[in-house]
Write a protein that binds this ligand. Structure first.
Ligand code: IPE
Ligand code: IPE
Ligand code: MG
Length: 239
């Protein structure tokens, strides 16, 4: 008798670059009568198993959306809590990721973060820069439109002649310089939007949306997303 294939066995094609909008932390906490910050803490916890699973699948590039430029509109106590949480975990997490050969990158603006946090991010990037395993980019204080404007400003400031500006050159002026285009965007938390994430880099990405709130996103959810991607037919405008 032939046994049914498991989700993992049905995955035949893997994305090279996965970008994740980790949404739903606040609602996860609210559903449990907890402060929103508890949801963010649970979100950090679940990230471990997600990264572990993606490295088992040998996904080469993973980009995580941690804080948008628009998130500064939130109440001050949530923002302060989020920044503190990152400051608390960054050094410890970096040591673990470094051991596993992960190369860390930061996408976004470092100005606006506190000097200790800015230094911690710079340290993490510097420590892991020669690693050859997964490239894990963390979009924090990141905005897709700001990224494009920052690139345009630099192109003009450097006096680059307009005829020299093509997609390849423009790419190299983005925060994501040298990263490949995103193949798969995963958004947890049930919203069907991109919320200013990687607007240039996702022009031809596949999208996977799930109702599951980020702190509940586990290995099974990762595999569901990978399976969905594996079943897509990508045409890039061709036939
Ligand atoms: C995503 O979770 C994390 C950040 C934006 C920092 P949210 O905080 O947006 O959670 P919900 O969407 O309110 O549930
Ligand atoms: C997107 O989530 C940003 C992050 C996950 C870091 P938001 O919760 O900020 O997005 P909107 O406001 O619902 O679009
Ligand atoms: Mg949200």
């Amino acid at each position: 008798m032939k046994l049914a294939l498991s989700t993992a066995e049905k995955i035949v094609r893997l994305p090279n670059h996965i970008a994740i909008i980790m949404d739903g932390n606040g609602r996860w906490a609210q559903q449990r009568g907890l402060p929103r910050l508890e949801g963010h803490k649970a979100g950090v916890e679940c990230l471990h198993s997600v990264i572990e699973c993606l490295s088992e699948y040998q996904i080469k590039y993973v980009t995580l959306y941690g804080l948008s430029t628009e998130n500064w509109k939130r109440p001050e106590d949530e923002i302060i809590g989020l920044l503190q949480l990152l400051e608390e975990v960054i050094d410890e997490e970096t040591v673990e990721l470094h051991k596993r050969g992960v190369r860390l990158r930061h996408l976004g603006r470092l100005d606006g973060l506190s000097p200790p946090l800015e230094q911690a991010v710079t340290r993490a990037v510097e420590l892991t820069k020669n690693n050859t395993g997964m490239t894990l980019s963390f979009a924090f204080n990141y905005g897709g439109r700001t990224e494009i404007l920052d690139a345009v400003r630099r192109l003009i400031a450097e006096g680059i002649p307009p005829q020299k500006i093509d997609e390849k050159l423009f790419n190299s002026y983005l925060y994501t310089a040298a990263l490949p285009d995103v193949d798969l965007v995963i958004r947890s938390g049930g919203e069907l939007r991109i919320s200013n994430f990687l607007v240039w880099q996702t022009a031809y990405s596949e999208y996977y949306f799930t109702e599951v709130l980020w702190p509940d996103f586990d290995r099974k959810e990762v595999e569901e997303a990978l399976l969905s991607y594996s079943q897509r037919q990508r045409r890039f405008g061709g036939l």
